[in-house]
Each structure stands twice: as C-alpha cells, then as structure tokens.
Write a protein that binds this ligand. Structure first.
Ligand SMILES: [Zn+2]
Length: 471
C-alpha cells in the first residue's frame, strides 16, 4: 500500500515541475502596420538589475517603464532596474523604422519586404536579461494582425507562442512577420520551418521547398544527421547582382537560422547548382566561434559544401573536384604573398576573403585526406565532426577557434589540427593542396580532373561519394 501512495503523490509533482515554464514571459502585440509594437516582460520573482538589447534599439524602443509606474531609461543598449522596487514587469513601446531601400549585405536587420513582410533583428526590440540559471529560456507570446504569421528561431509551442533560448545578446537572430503560412519540412528528424517572403518569377513554393530539402539532405548525409534539430529558414527575393543567391547568412541567436536572398528570376536548376545554401547549412557543423578565426569559420563550410552537393546529387564528383581546384587556385592568387593568418588580420581592409575562405578549405581538405589515408579510409574528418557532436557541441555557448582545434585533436588523441594550423595557416602562404591532389592521384587538365589509375587509392572516390551516410 505504501508504494501506491508514493506513486500517486510523486507523478503529479513531476507533471507540475514540467509545466512550471520559464521565469520570464513576454507578451508582444504587433500593430496592424507591423511597425508599432507593445512589449511586456514579466518576471516570476524580482527583475534582474540590468536588461540588454543591441545598440540600434535606442532609436526604436520608447517609453520604458515598470508596472509600478516608474519610468526607466534605455542607455544605448542597457536598462538599469532601480534597486528595492516591487515591480515584476517591464513595459515598453517599439516603433520599427525598417529599411526598404538598397540591398541587405550584413547580418540581421529590420527591413520591409514587399509591403506585408517585416524582417526584424531581435536585438533591435527585445530587451532581456543576460542568460543565467533563472533565465536560460523565456516564454514569448505574440498578438498579430489576422493575416500575419510569425517566424522565429525559437521553439514553437503554437501559432504565436514560443519558448526562446536566451543566447548571448550579441548573437543575431531574426523574427519575421509574414503574410504567408510557413512551410514545415523534416529531414532525418530535423525540422526546417521555411518562410518565403515576396514573389519569384520562375520558381514556386514547391521549388523552393525542394531546394531547401535537397540541400539539407546533402549536409545531413555527411554525418548521418543534420547538426541542428530545428532550423528557421527565410527566403527573400532580390533584384540586384548577378549571382543566384546574392547574399545569405546564418544566425544563432535563440536557435539556428538561415536567411537567403534569392535572385527573383532564378530557376530551380540554378538554385540546385548554387553552393550558397549547402554552405550556410554546413556552418552548423561547428558551434559559434567567437575568436574571428574566419579561416576556420568559413573554411570548413567552403570545403564541405562540395561533399554535401555530391551527396545530394546536385553536382557530379568531377564537377565538385573541379570547383575545389578552381577555388584553391583563386585563393592562392588572392593571397598576394601574405599568409592566411596575415590576410585574416587585414580582412576588412584588403578584401582578401577568398584567400582566407579557400585557405581554410584547403586546410580541412588536407586534414581529411591525411586522416583517410593513414587509416585506409576508416577515419575521416566527418567522423571527427560526428564525435564532436556527441561529446562537445554546445548550441548556446561560444568557443574560440584554438579551443575548438584542440578539442578536435583530443578526440583524435593527436595534435594534427593544431600542428597543421601553425604550419599551413600561420607560417605558409597557403596549404599545399597540389601535393594532396597528387597523393590522391588527381591531375587537372584545364579545370577537369583526370584520375590516375596507377595511384588508385580509392580515397578520391570515397571523398566525393554520392552514396549517403553508412556506418
Ligand atoms: Zn559562410
């Protein structure tokens, strides 16, 4: 009898603990013009001493006050909460001033797309405490005009309700208010919520969904699963530039997000042939790196986008080798005698990003081949990444590039990653990719790969392998 008594008592307690919810809850009321927003942030317990936003919020956020009536000041990006108050809620108003001219070229920004789609940078309007034990997550509930849907990087609980991970304020994120239903797709257990803003000339909704799905499958097949379980995808039309995807970037604030600007007149074939989306998705194979090591941040996706595109069947392995070869050659040329590390220090001034991106890609390519050839194909760079996801990948914290490399080395019980950085990124002008092609038995006639039958290691076929993940 005693046992039964405990069970009856125990289960309701657990259920209660699970439904208790976050200690901070937002109500966000969006005006019909999508510009005016009223926010209330209510805390269970006292309000933390400081609340933060980004430094653009000062021009959008007005009328900050406590539920006790006390008026507060947003000082650039911080609101100080007076000591010893009995307040539980902060109220404020927002008037967004979206850009609608020119083309987006940076990270998240507040921008109007075709009248009824508002992109917002979360830090522009969401004031919040730094993450700590009490505030690792928050609840957020929107009230929107009848025709409007909300896209966020947060975990969806309902049409307008979410639970947000309180990632560092500096991590950008996008909340989009759109007049079309988001599209939900699932790839190997990961959920992609795709919002399409505006109209395209030659592709419809199904085409864009197909493009996202194929790209995600390719990346997923690299390590057997997609590196994030939930991804917000936003596709906006662009009328400028010559490339199919003139601009794209990833965000990690609140969760994984990818925002792509797609040339309005592109067709499906061009989209599948383009590297941008597999590249952006490959960024999530690594966690957030806070040390400006762009050769690592960009080098890994720049290499792996090629393997992913072969896996998803959108390019052939010969095309993929050719793209790598041409990319490395462009990277060397852009170096103008500097090392990759030196170019990185001058990145903003000299525009030598090709040297940095492709130098990093060549480093990861050479490490992949080294790992495969010393193990007769048993161990690959992808295995190391998969292991890293099992033990160490943190979605809500940053890591430095050096820490990441030494973590990868520990997984290998080696110093390969750190040693090669010293040699190829800091000391040499560019990683010696030509020697690696030679070791693989690949020569190039023009830009076309020719496979040497005498040096048939089988490794080249293993690297650019259209078959999916098998382990
Ligand atoms: Zn990138």
């Amino acid at each position: 009898m005693k046992k039964i008594f405990y069970l009856v008592l125990f289960f309701p307690l657990i259920a209660f603990a699970e439904t208790e919810g976050p200690l901070l809850n937002y109500q966000v009321v969006i005006g019909n013009d999508l510009r005016a927003i009223e926010v209330s942030a209510c805390f269970t317990g006292s309000i933390p001493s400081f609340l933060y936003a980004n430094d653009a919020s000062g021009s959008f956020v007005k009328n900050v006050r406590l539920d006790t009536g006390e008026v507060l000041v947003l000082n650039v990006d911080v609101v100080a909460i007076p000591l010893n108050n009995a307040a539980r809620c902060v109220f404020y108003d927002v008037l967004l001033e979206p850009r609608d001219q020119g083309e987006q070229r940076g990270g998240a920004e507040t921008r109007l797309i075709e009248e009824r789609n508002m992109l917002t940078s979360i830090g522009d309007w969401l004031i919040r405490p730094k993450s700590n034990a009490n505030h690792e997550t928050f609840g957020i509930d929107f009230r929107v005009p009848d025709d409007i849907f909300v896209s966020t990087p947060w975990r969806r609980l309902g049409k307008t309700r979410f639970v947000g991970a309180n990632t560092p304020v500096a991590w950008e994120g996008v909340v989009a208010l759109t007049n079309r239903t988001p599209n939900i797709i699932e790839v190997d257990g990961s959920v992609f919520e795709v919002s399409i803003l505006g109209e395209f000339d030659r592709v419809n909704r199904e085409d864009l969904i197909h493009w996202v799905t194929r790209s995600a499958q390719g990346v997923s097949e690299l390590i057997g699963f997609f590196p994030r379980s939930q991804v917000q995808v936003i596709v906006s039309p662009s009328d400028r530039g010559n490339s199919v995807v003139p601009w794209a970037y990833v965000t990690r604030g609140g969760g994984a997000g990818i925002h792509l600007f797609v040339k309005r007149d592109s067709n499906l074939e061009q989209l599948l042939w383009d590297w941008s989306l597999p590249h952006e998705m490959s960024h999530f194979l690594f966690p957030h790196i806070d040390s400006s090591d762009y050769w690592i941040i960009e080098g890994l996706p720049t290499y792996l986008q090629h393997l992913a595109m072969v896996k998803s069947g959108v390019i052939s392995s010969a095309e993929s080798w050719s793209r790598l070869f041409r990319g490395f050659a462009l990277g060397v040329k852009a170096g103008r005698g500097f090392t990759v590390a030196e170019s990185m220090a001058r990145l903003s001034k000299r525009g030598t990003y090709l040297h940095v991106y492709w130098g990093g890609a060549a480093y990861f390519f050479r490490i992949d081949v080294e790992l495969r050839s010393r193990s007769q194909g048993e161990v690959t760079l992808l295995d190391v990444l998969m292991k890293y996801h099992g033990c160490c990948y943190d979605e809500i914290r940053s890591i430095s590039g050096d820490q990441l490399l030494s973590d990868l080395d520990s997984l290998l019980s080696d110093d390969l990653f750190v040693r090669r950085k010293e040699k190829e990124i800091i000391a040499a002008k560019f990683p010696n990719y030509a020697a690696t092609f030679e070791a693989l038995g690949i020569q190039f006639l023009g830009n076309n790969p020719v496979f040497d039958s005498d040096v048939q290691t089988g490794l080249s076929a293993q690297i650019m392998n259209p078959a999916g993940f098998h382990h």
